[in-house]
Design a protein around this ligand. Structure first.
Ligand SMILES: Nc1ncnc2c1ncn2[C@@H]1O[C@H](COP(=O)(O)OP(=O)(O)OP(=O)(O)O)[C@@H](O)[C@H]1O
Ligand SMILES: O=c1[nH]c(=O)c2[nH+]cn([C@@H]3O[C@H](COP(=O)(O)O)[C@@H](O)[C@H]3O)c2[nH]1
Ligand SMILES: NC(=O)CC[C@H](N)C(=O)O
Ligand SMILES: [Mg+2]
Length: 524
């Protein structure tokens, strides 16, 4: 699948030791305009080196280097000549493997910490202040640096908070330069990349376009492809990329599975085709999806069914397209992004949080070869690619909507009646948020029907026993983490009043005030 994507030149590998922030490190590297990818720490070192990385970053992690069973790295990586930058656990591991001392000294630091830079002319700290705020999160500490290393920073309680070995191109910091609270973190990271590893800032979203267009041409050849098009950002950008690569060999297929929001199908049919000129096939598959979902309330089961039915519809569309004319349709283009892969447990050792329909929800007997040009990117990077490709702002800035649609926003069994009810409530919430000018302030606002919950209300002097609707407005940078949006009370009040007045069987509106983690954005 993604192996068809050639390795980008000058790739920085981020080795993930189970860090909270591995994704963040990767995107900070790309913000420095150097391409980067995450690999699990369980990957053998030879395999990492075979990828020919221009530099390697070792992430933080929950383990302690001196514990039995803690993730390790052979010393080969430090002798390979590839520049390495360790952060937190990665720093401690580098220290230990190379003969320094790491133990539980009692010097714990969590959160904002003052860093004292000892050598402001060093590779990492050049041009940064002698005193700077950094973000720490550790209970272990390095008390002696390995031989050949210069200690370049300390804190009040940790004598070795950074070390550098220019000759071997090995660097490490105890803190987290990737989080925004480390005031000079991006500068220090860039110093490693440009000064330590000698890389030049040349990666742009334009490179993604050129590389992917070439890779798609090689992969698809003179065959044909279909693209699952949802009207969302990711599939729009994927379709535009593939269209650029293979032109009329591409047909887009929009599946109306009956789980879409009000007006969505019409919008895709009209606006999207007008904006891009793609060949579009619209398939009405409502009956098929609702039948397959009947009686099912388990979220993972729903996701698997929806993922499977999507593919069955694509297969049907494939047969119809082939019956028309021309060569076989062997490829399926999807707008899969990195977070879809990670959350589906696609990384080694990463937990399956939920099976995104387009990754973990795919059936085993999938016959298409997948074309997923955005598989390694985050949403905001995809938006940049879309902009670069000239897609209209309304498409590029659209809020995300999950492929399984309202099917995973009904807690309980999915039925046509419940879908119609949720569609009404959702349309009201979206309308009011748009009128209030809040569309760009929030990342998305799932509206959820708790179909299996009822509560007592009083409406028109009579007793009601209806369902609650949950509003879940969130802010986010890339959907990997999120916070609940502090919406103005008057907007919330208008939404609540309208939903309870206008949507039958709903007598309560509640607000979800949970961040991610611990919650996820969607309820299922
Ligand atoms: N209704 C649909 N018809 C056809 N393909 C779909 C549909 N919904 C989702 N897909 C496919 O699944 C992929 C993943 O869905 P996802 O919702 O993550 O992306 P998107 O809809 O393109 O963008 P966004 O995340 O902004 O909603 C899409 O890129 C698309 O290829
Ligand atoms: O195409 C998709 N298929 C899915 O199966 C799926 N599940 C969640 N999402 C979207 O992904 C982002 C993160 O969602 P969660 O915090 O709920 O995991 C949010 O933007 C969700 O809307 C999906 N998108
Ligand atoms: N954030 C980290 O990488 C922590 C490393 C190690 N678990 C410690 O507590 O020191
Ligand atoms: Mg979508």
């Amino acid at each position: 699948m993604s192996s068809a994507t050639p390795a980008a030149p000058d790739t920085v590998l981020v080795v993930d030791f189970g860090a909270q922030y591995a994704q963040l490190i990767a995107r900070r590297v790309r913000e420095a305009r150097v391409y980067s990818e995450i690999v699990p720490s369980t990957m053998p070192v030879e395999e990492m080196l075979a990828k020919n990385p221009a530099a390697i970053i070792l992430s933080g992690g929950p383990s302690s280097v001196y514990e039995a069973g803690a993730p390790r790295l052979g010393s080969a990586i430090f002798e390979s000549g590839v520049p390495v930058f360790g952060m937190c656990y990665g720093f401690q591991l580098m220290a230990q493997v190379l003969g320094g001392t790491v133990d539980n000294t009692g010097a714990r630091e969590y959160g904002r910490t003052g860093l004292h830079v000892a050598k402001s002319s060093s590779t990492l700290f050049e041009g940064t202040p002698a005193e700077q705020a950094v973000w720490m999160s550790h209970g272990d500490a390095c008390s002696a640096a390995p031989e050949g290393f210069t200690v370049t920073a300390s804190t009040d309680v940790v004598p070795v908070a950074a070390f550098e070995n220019d000759e071997k191109k090995l660097y490490g910091v105890q803190y987290h330069p990737e989080v925004m609270h480390s005031t000079h973190g991006q500068q220090v990271l860039e110093h490693f990349l440009y000064r330590g590893a000698g890389l030049t800032p040349s990666w742009t979203t334009g490179n993604v376009i050129d590389e992917q267009v070439q890779a798609i041409r090689e992969q698809v050849g003179d065959k044909r492809a279909i693209c699952g098009l949802s009207g969302g950002v990711d599939s729009a950008v994927a379709a535009a990329l593939v269209q650029k690569a293979i032109g009329s060999q591409l047909t887009c297929v929009y599946v109306d599975h009956g789980l879409m929001r009000k007006g969505e199908t019409e919008q895709v049919e009209k606006d999207f085709v007008a904006a891009t000129g793609v060949q579009l096939k619209v398939v009405d598959a409502e009956e098929r999806f609702l039948e397959a979902l009947a009686g099912v309330s388990d979220p993972e089961e729903k996701r698997k069914i929806i993922g499977r039915e999507f593919i069955r519809v694509f297969e049907q569309a494939q047969a119809e397209i082939v019956a028309d004319e021309g060569p076989a349709v062997e490829f399926l283009v999807q707008g899969t992004l990195y977070p879809d892969v990670v959350e589906s447990g696609g990384g080694t050792g990463t937990a399956n949080i939920k099976s995104h329909h387009n990754v973990g929800g795919l059936p085993e007997d999938l016959e298409f070869q997948l074309v997923e040009p955005l598989r390694k990117l985050f949403k905001d990077e995809v938006r940049m690619v879309g902009q670069e490709l000239g897609l209209p702002e309304e498409i590029v800035q659209r809020q995300p909507f999950p492929g399984p649609g309202l099917g995973i926003r009904i807690v309980g069994e999915v039925t046509k009646e419940r879908l119609d009810l949720l569609r009404e409530a959702d349309a009201i919430a979206r309308e009011e948020l748009t009128v209030a000018g809040l569309d760009r302030d929030i990342w998305q606002c799932p509206v959820v029907l708790l179909a299996d919950v009822r509560s007592v209300g009083v409406q028109g002097d009579g007793r009601t026993y209806g369902h609650p609707i949950v509003l879940r407005p969130v802010s986010s940078e890339d959907a990997m983490t999120a916070d609940w949006s502090r919406l103005p009370y008057d907007v919330l009040a208008r939404i609540s009043t309208r939903i309870t007045n206008e949507v039958r069987d709903v007598n309560r509106v509640v607000l979800d005030v949970t961040s991610k983690p611990p919650g996820t954005i969607e309820w299922e």
